[in-house]
Design a protein around this ligand. Sequence first.
Ligand code: BGC
Length: 742
Amino acid sequence: MKKLLLIALFLNLSVLAFSQSISTAQKVDELIKQMTIEEKVGQLTQYSGKWDATGPISIKHNTQKEIISGQIGSMLNVLGSTYTRQYQELAMQSRLKIPLLFAQDVIHGFKTTFPIPLAEAASWDLKAMERSARIAATEAAASGTHWTFAPMVDISRDPRWGRVMEGAGEDTYLGSKIAYARVKGFQGNKIGDLDAVLACAKHFAAYGAAIGGRDYNSVDMSERLLWETYLPPFKATVDAGVSTFMNSFNDLNGIPATGNSYLQRDILKGKWGFSGFIVSDWGSIREMVAHGFVKNSKEAAFAAIMAGSDMDMESSAYIRYLAQLVEEKRVPIDIIDEAVRRVLTLKFELGLFDDPFRFSHPEREKKTLNNPEHAAFAREMAAKSIVLLKNENQLLPLSKKTKTIAVIGPMAKLKRANHGFWAINLKNIDSTYIVSQWEGLQNKIGENTNLLYARGCDIDSQNREDFAEAVETAKKADVVIVTIGERWNMSGEAKSRSNIHLPGVQEELLQALSATGKPIVVLINAGRPLVFNWTTDNIPAILYTWWLGSEAGNAIADVLFGDVNPSAKLPMSFPRSEGQIPIYYNHYSTGRPAWNDSSTNYVTAYIDSKNSPKFPFGFGLSYTNYTYSDLSLSKPQMNNSETIEVSFTLTNSGKTTGEEIVQLYLRDKFGSLVRPVKELKDFKKVLLNPGESQKISFTIDNEMLKFYHSNLDFKSETGDFDIMIGASSADIRLKESFELVN
Ligand code: BGC
């Protein structure tokens, strides 16, 4: 007996010493040696638990069996500490006790919701976006989630595509900075901390360039465009240490991304040295059959694993066919082991082998989800994301002494609408914590202000019955706030629209209200750039309020009454009509450029529309004004190992403290390949008191001047460059030139 105890003690001690001294790589290799091929494939299989997870007995019988037999490595849509624990307990009954990895689409917040990512992008505030991702990760991790399917870093120049709401807009430079910040936010100090989740850069690659803006559609583009515009944000996530990637539904130049070895093996795992794993998109392995790329699911599994897709989300193709494919010697076991190694490494890094339940603690969950600091920051973030598009005669901010305010429109009392398409948790947590716009205004006004309400119309019906009541309500008010836009499910996945005008009769309602002669402020709530020309041309004050999350109402009230001075700028161009799409500021120069909106004859232009967008990339007003002056360059020439300092003075020439986002654009005037008319290369967000001036500097270095050549060499070319400093891509205030010499 004593001998046995001694042996047991020795074994325990050696296990301990083993776990402390050997590296994660060794632990992973040891584990892989013990695994059967079925267990290995299990680690590469992910299923959704959404419709099952209503309690312990409701975990589908099959799923239970599969988890216990080691055939599932990861679950998505299993929410909360209780359910994740129940699932994990099943995994602990499996032969090797390999913990499950719980994934979730934590896109813009978990319980506390932040503005949709496109709205946050309008803040250009990288620290703030990092913080919002940090808070989302903290809440998710406290609820048992290990892994978020975010950030989406797809560049898109097409507002018909409903998923623009999930990204950072049209610009590669801004998008790359935001991608980096979001990964840092989600992953925190290090994977393994209890407030960090694995981030996932998606959708690799070029998903945002779906032809015609139709979701899931094919993408056909040059290598130059791919490398110059669509890949850099993904590379930025690798630089930020992102743990996982998701591939995409689209084919790229004929090869589905999921079966695309050039993207996954050559670029991501090869050239960029990415050491995490790649998950397929939902069913995208199986969908290669519908693409006509492979003839059945078995061939799809073969194509995907060989191309470097490590984990199969919801296709069941890996679990059904990979073992067979290995047996038939079509897939080398090393390929499987390599994928398994990537998955297990992250499970070790998360600390799940030490304690598989470490993220599933109800007490910590409760405390974290109800942290009032999170709501306070969501309010700040939401206010930072609101774009002031028009403010004639300084109608805004509204005076807190206003006697009667009418609040009209279908969005006023809605809660869900502020959340957007990807908000999670609504089923599990009651929505009383969402502040509607009506409630936000009520919270803000003083005793002497009277708030009136009329709904006016639906979001997207043709019913005008309530117009009359709305008009009567408006007549009683000193100022009218009209809140209109898209319903939560009009932008998002599979929500492409060919008509992106304000839906239904909402703009007609505005026309009826405008006829009262009352001053009107419009709030436009949407998940994408919309077209609303009549509104822009006729209504004096417009705030683009996107979908702002759980503190939407308070944040909107903060901006309406001037407690926050709006500072956001558009991360996408807003077209005048759908016919202008794709529309983006950094287009190439043509041989017949339209110099301005009135030149239409035999130049690159439409005969029935201006070329310019209704609102350009980088545009956004403030309650104050800024003047730009005294541009100077440290020298007129540089070689490629030198830098040039560009400086100028920014002055707050108005009467309100505010933050201006100053933008630096460059143009390579002549190149061996035609270059864009301008490209954002840097920006700063500067806080200034009324009358205050500050000297702002940017450093120009050779990296900023490089571009991809036909053989994909990334290098600069000597010659002349324009420097443009502006308040938007179309509002260049200062301009100079310099030369790059040998
Ligand atoms: C989406 C992904 C998402 C996944 C899991 C897919 O349909 O394209 O972005 O992460 O579903 O919910």
